[in-house]
Design a protein. Structure first.
Lengths: 141, 98
């Protein structure tokens, strides 16, 4: 697509969409939203970029090596966060039982392991959306 | 063939009858003494803030009480991506050379 107005408008809006997605992921324990919704927003910002500026520029922005890495290690990060519980001698994926500091409810660092686990889920969801989109666009062309 | 169609019709009516009778047996929506309002929901509502420290109760359930479930949800996402990539990936352009 080679529309000048669309490109300029996307250049203004897309960075804010991306940052807003990261905001939703990190504030999953405090505000409505969460890691699944935030991951979708981050992934869709890349999908919109690749739709407007062309699939080649989209792939240059997010190379395949990065996608392979995030696809593979998002769930592993989740599992590592679960191992914190096992290391303290309590069940897998335990949060308060593992003695993690829960913080003050309402602040960004509250919830113990919840923001860290949510970060892994958000990365997984975003990379899933982008990988599916790139693969299907590649098939089409 | 006509007899077979009649058999299928009778079978479909039987299934519909059973489904409608099952729905008719359900308790009315929103009554406080329904079986879904048990101690699990009360525990989540009362203890989500003190036990997880998260204001958002949905996140507290998804990422703390039911974290094991969410972990396998991410594995389901991984499997779906894997299936699509295996089916549709053409091999030309990007990726490691064979």
């Amino acid at each position: 697509m080679r529309d000048f107005i669309l490109k300029r408008a996307a250049a203004l809006i897309l960075p804010f969409i991306f940052v807003y997605g990261i905001y939703v992921i990190l504030h999953g324990a405090v505000s409505p939203g969460g890691s699944f919704a935030g991951g979708i927003i981050v992934g869709l910002s890349f999908v919109a970029f690749a739709t407007i500026y062309g699939i080649e520029k989209g792939k240059a922005k997010l190379p395949e090596q990065v996608l392979v890495w995030t696809e593979s290690y998002g769930t592993l990060w989740y599992g590592l966060m679960g191992m914190v519980g096992l290391g303290r001698g309590v069940p897998f994926l335990a949060n308060k039982l593992a003695g993690v500091d829960l913080g003050t409810p309402g602040t960004l660092a509250s919830g113990g392991l919840i923001p860290l686990i949510g970060l892994g889920v958000g990365i997984r969801v975003a990379s899933t959306i982008v990988t599916l989109f790139f693969t299907m666009m590649e098939e089409e062309s | 063939m006509r007899f077979r169609n009649l058999c299928f019709l009778a079978l479909a009516l039987l299934v519909a009858y059973v489904a409608i009778m099952t729905v008719a047996e359900l308790p009315p929506y929103g009554r406080p003494d329904n079986p879904v309002h048990n101690q699990v929901a009360e525990r989540y509502i009362d203890g989500a803030l003190t036990e997880t420290g998260a204001l958002n109760m949905v996140t507290a359930i998804v990422l703390d009480y039911r974290a094991y479930d969410t972990m396998f949800e991410t594995i389901v996402l991984f499997t779906a991506t894997l299936a699509v990539v295996i089916t549709l990936k053409t091999g030309k352009g990007g990726g490691r050379e064979q």
